[in-house]
Design a protein around this ligand. Structure first.
Ligand code: NI
Length: 137
């Protein structure tokens, strides 16, 4: 009996989107406010979905306390209230777009969870804009 367990987390972070492969004008028109030279902030909402059989003993897919601790250790401690470009090493060379942040969060959680347990990372940059990432097939 397979079920999907979802947990929502919130964090705030600032970033700057500026691609070296585009001119200043192209960057400005592509990224708008996110291209501001001094960065700007977002209130992100992260949804983590884990999938699996419902354990016959606990009645759960995964102990939600363990997931909370994992997200705290692997994501929130290093990203919450940080300037992502400078304080999260991967984003010194990869643009901290919603897409790339979702992929990075997937990588961090997937390597600490049992194989196949992580189902989806959904990351909201605004209430109306979000990215889903399901890992590589
Ligand atoms: Ni932005």
């Amino acid at each position: 009996m397979k079920a999907y367990l979802n947990r929502r987390y919130r964090f705030s972070a600032s970033h700057r989107l500026h691609s070296e492969q585009m001119s200043d004008a192209e960057n400005q028109s592509t990224y708008g406010k996110c291209n501001n030279p001094h960065g700007h902030g977002h209130n992100y909402t992260l949804e983590v979905t884990v999938a699996g059989d419902v354990d016959s003993k606990t009645g759960m897919v995964l102990d939600i306390k363990d997931l909370k601790q994992l997200v705290e250790d692997e994501v929130l401690q290093s990203m919450d209230h940080r300037f992502l470009n400078k304080e999260v090493p991967v984003f010194s060379s990869t643009l901290p777009t919603t897409e790339n942040i979702a992929v990075e969060i997937w990588k961090r959680l997937a390597q600490k969870l049992p194989n196949g347990k992580l189902h989806r990372i959904r990351l909201y940059e605004t209430p109306d804009l979000y990215v889903d990432y399901f890992g590589e097939a």
